[in-house]
Design a protein around this ligand. Structure first.
Ligand code: NDP
Ligand SMILES: O=C(O)C1=N[C@H](C(=O)O)C[C@H](O)C1
Length: 275
């Protein structure tokens, strides 16, 4: 670890499933210091963020005031970072607000449209502020996507199945969309039709992402986050699968992103860009 000042971090969505994991991870990182915790859930307002996360008290109350926390982050010796795991409906505004304050966003919240990402990229560039948007912080998913990109050179037929807990607001998952984006642009349209298909029930064949890659979304209690990329060719099936069994799997990626974003002057999208 360096001797420089610790990186001040505010966590937005601090009382949520991911926010709690981030509070735990940040509270034991020597070079990162938690300075603020934000959440809109009235049940947790005023409570100690560490206690809500199930670790030692951190003497930071959870507040429903993003702007006050961003101001705090600007008053530190080192430029601050906002880690955001909130909701697809608020994420665009959260990122713009953080950048406007000169606070660097590390974003796990999914659901941004390509136009919104483009707009945020231009805004971050103009402001010369680092920003990382990472649909999946786990190393396993980064490796799965790398393998999928490699396999897509050899297979013309591929479908994605993503499976998540049933409290997830957005579908398909940000990870599945990014996986399709990474396999797209190879100069081909996947899944050329073999017969004329009829959907007897709407949605039976899933949604269609870039270059005709199909994505199917499953939502069930008992699941956390899982994804299969299934390639087919005559006489063979090649399946890539990633399973999450605990949300702690995202934390090495989140801590890496907090450290890397302080060195950036614009927006990067995807964990692979900082590995
Ligand atoms: N990039 C990655 O690796 C991962 C990304 N995610 C994504 O992160 C996001 C959050 O997931 P998860 O933690 O499971 O969700 P949760 O619903 O468990 O947590 C979100 C928390 O944020 C609160 N919240 C909602 N809106 C706001 C807002 N505008 N400002 C502040 N707080 C707000 C919620 O309050 P309330 O409950 O009252 O709504 C809740 O406490 C999702 O988009 C999910 O897809 C999840 C896992 C990994
Ligand atoms: O909501 C979740 O849980 C997850 N969301 C992200 C996504 O939409 O891809 C990442 C991971 O799949 C967990």
């Amino acid at each position: 670890m360096s001797n420089s000042n610790p990186i001040p971090v505010v966590v937005n969505g601090a009382a949520g499933k991911m926010g709690r994991e981030v509070i735990k991870a940040v509270s034991v990182a020597q070079d990162i210091t938690l300075i603020g915790a934000i959440d809109t859930n009235p049940k947790y307002l005023g409570q100690d963020a560490g206690e809500v996360a199930g670790c030692e008290p951190v003497e930071i109350p959870i507040l429903n005031d993003l702007q006050a926390n961003l101001v705090l982050a600007t008053q530190e010796k080192t430029q601050g970072v906002m880690v955001d795991f909130t909701h697809p409906d608020s994420i665009y505004d959260n990122i713009r607000t953080a950048i406007a304050y000169g606070v660097r966003p590390v974003v796990g919240t999914t659901g941004l449209s390509p136009d919104q990402i483009k707009d945020l990229s231009e805004f971050a560039e103009k402001a010369s502020t680092g920003c990382l948007i990472i649909p999946n912080f786990s190393i396993g998913m980064a490796l799965l996507q790398q393998a999928a990109v490699q396999a897509s050179q050899y297979f013309d037929h591929v479908e994605i199945i993503e499976l998540h807990h049933n409290q997830k607001a957005d579908a398909p998952s940000g990870t599945a969309i990014q996986t399709a984006q990474r396999m797209a642009g190879a100069g081909k349209t996947y899944n050329p039709a073999m017969v004329e298909e009829t959907e007897k029930l709407k949605g039976a064949r899933g949604s269609i992402a870039e270059d005709n890659i199909r994505i199917h979304s499953v939502r069930l209690p008992g699941l956390i986050a899982h994804q299969e990329v299934i390639f087919g060719a005559p006489g063979q099936i090649y399946t890539l699968r990633h399973d999450t069994s605990d949300r702690s799997c995202y934390m090495p990626g989140v801590l890496l992103a907090i450290r890397k974003v302080t060195q950036l002057k614009g927006l990067l999208y995807g964990l692979e860009k900082i590995l």
